[in-house]
Design a protein around this ligand. Sequence first.
Ligand SMILES: [Zn+2]
Length: 160
Amino acid sequence: MLRIDRATYDGIVAHAKRDHPVEACGIVAGPEGSDRPERLVEMLNAAGSPTFYEFDATELLALYKELWARDEEPVVVYHSHTATEAYPSRTDIDLANEPAAHYVLVSTRDHGNNDGPVEFRSYRIVDGEVTEEEVAVVDALPSAPVPQTSHPSPDQPRRT
Ligand SMILES: [Zn+2]
């Protein structure tokens, strides 16, 4: 199940509507291993296409450096479909290389740039196999768990 807070959900939907009819793409980062989508990062669709998205290579490299420095990972990887349903295409499946990520698909085919509901669905994609999962939109994510003693404390550098 994907648990996501309302503000982040609305942010993804707003990005998808703004970029329509071009596919919008981005990620929501969270602490490594937390499964908490906390920080929305809108990315550039380098393909600029209504039927395809591609992260910009330079921007993607900078993003991964930033995630690394912050001990974060992409908890959600999202993009929009602007003319078809919110289901991963063959290309999307082939490009999915984050088995721990929630792949969110938003379809803006019904209302485009305008107000109105969108399809918002989430999937796990592992080894080319697509499994849809439930999406729970909450007012706020529950408080972060207290760090376990087996994990490094947040005050300590985790990498040397
Ligand atoms: Zn797609």
